[in-house]
Design a protein around this ligand. Structure first.
Ligand code: SF4
Ligand code: SF4
Length: 404
């Protein structure tokens, strides 16, 4: 598509990112076929091609309206359109630029602003999230259904191995995950310990920044990214081999630090180094000779929910199922595997109707084969699907640990 970006955005580094995506798009509409929101609505402006067109108009000088913002914010940022696009359009990079311009120009009512900021603050601070979850469990009976469904169950964390191996890898423990599902991190550390690798954490590292970035707080996202990089720098220089991130949403966002900090020369090189170091645990375990089943799975019939960030962000489709199959599990086929479950960060709170429809479709697909358990790879999907699933939802690392 020909394009001529105008206004203040034309003077920024975001213009080049947007221009690259806009020029690559040939407007064929193939992406609409795999877009969850287009599939639900059949509305061109609720699909990637329409949203690209809306962003193009605004970036070329048109005044955005509340409707423009609504069409952009019903997008799940699932990136299914990127996997489908034959022209290699990096929709998510265009979206970060285009959405920021629209969100800046369209004033939100104060109530909406407060809600978004409250969600952001509770999510990025594990102590606040822990407190809110604890209170939520206590007063569950008075809460509206949409909030009730967001309260994670209390799960015992289990022991963490001590750091004792010469081989070390960094681990991001995350914000919500460290508060709501510490057992994912503990299980990951135990499995890596069996491989002779100690997972180490930088205590000053925290939220990856994705939630802030998606809730109009770009400066807070950049500050979180800088703080993480500063915390990891000495450990990387001391020889950490990789950065293990067992929540695919965080891993995909960490790989975008280069874009996020593109105007900050002090961090550019380190962001590129971190990009190369980020690993979902599957990328290590699938090649590790120590990962062999020492006992058969108690209940082998399972379904694997592959989060959008794992499939379309990290491009790791099929890898978890293949490892579980090697370990004696029987992963069942899942219809429409490429479609989002509706979790998408804060999306399930901000767009509950679309989110619930997608969740119902996803749970029906996952449960169709009557698996004993559903295994996923992202904290948000775990919380979202776990609320309402008749089958237990777990992190896939727990399935690996159970047979090692
Ligand atoms: S498939 Fe790619 S090129 Fe075609 S409309 Fe969608 S984004 Fe543009
Ligand atoms: S990111 Fe997902 S929801 Fe958004 S336009 Fe692309 S396919 Fe549709």
């Amino acid at each position: 598509m020909r394009t001529a970006i105008q206004g203040p955005i034309a003077e920024t580094s975001g213009a080049a990112i947007a221009e690259q995506a806009l020029r690559a798009c040939v407007h064929c509409g193939m992406c609409n076929a795999t877009c969850p929101t287009y599939q639900l609505s059949g509305d061109e402006l609720e699909g990637p091609r329409g949203r690209i067109y809306l962003m193009k108009q605004v970036l070329e000088g048109a005044q955005p309206t509340r409707l423009t913002l609504d069409h952009l914010e019903s997008c799940l940022s699932c990136r299914s359109c990127e996997t489908t696009c034959p022209s290699g359009v990096q929709y998510h990079r265009l979206y970060e630029v285009g959405h920021a311009v629209v969100a800046e120009a369209v004033e939100r009512p104060w109530r909406e602003r407060m809600m978004r900021e409250a969600i952001r603050r509770i999510t990025v601070a594990p102590s606040l999230f822990r407190l809110a979850a604890g209170l939520g469990r206590l007063f569950r009976f008075v809460l509206p259904d949409v909030v009730k469904a967001k309260i994670p169950p209390a799960v015992a964390v289990g022991a963490r191995p001590t750091v004792k191996h010469a081989r070390t890898m960094l681990m991001l423990t995350g914000c919500v995950q460290s508060a709501a599902a510490g057992h994912f991190n503990a299980a990951t550390a135990r499995v890596f310990d069996r491989l002779g690798i100690s997972l180490i954490e930088a205590p000053e590292a925290g939220c990856c920044g994705a939630v802030s970035q998606h809730l109009d707080a770009s400066e807070a996202a950049r500050a979180q990214a800088r703080a993480n990089l500063d915390a990891w720098r000495p450990l990387i220089e001391a020889g950490a081999e990789a950065l293990i991130v067992n929540s695919s949403g965080c891993a995909a966002f960490l790989r975008d630090y280069g874009d996020l900090l593109r105007d900050e020369p002090d961090y550019r090189d380190l962001a590129a180094r971190v990009f190369a170091m980020v690993r979902d645990p599957i990328e290590v375990l699938e090649n590790a000779p120590e990962v062999v089943a020492r006992r058969p799975p108690a209940a082998p019939r399972v379904a694997v929910h592959e989060p959008c960030t794992l499939q379309h962000g990290l491009k790791l489709t099929g890898r978890i199922g293949a490892l579980l199959g090697r370990l004696g599990y029987e992963p069942q086929p899942v219809a429409d595997n490429h479609l989002c479950c509706g979790s998408a960060g804060a999306y399930s709170l901000l767009q509950p109707q679309i989110s619930e429809r997608l969740k119902a479709n996803k749970l029906a697909a996952l449960n169709a084969s009557q698996p004993a358990a559903i295994y996923t790879a992202n904290i948000g999907c775990w919380m979202h699907l776990g609320a309402g699933s008749p089958t237990p939802v777990r992190h896939w690392i727990e399935a690996v640990e159970a047979v090692l």
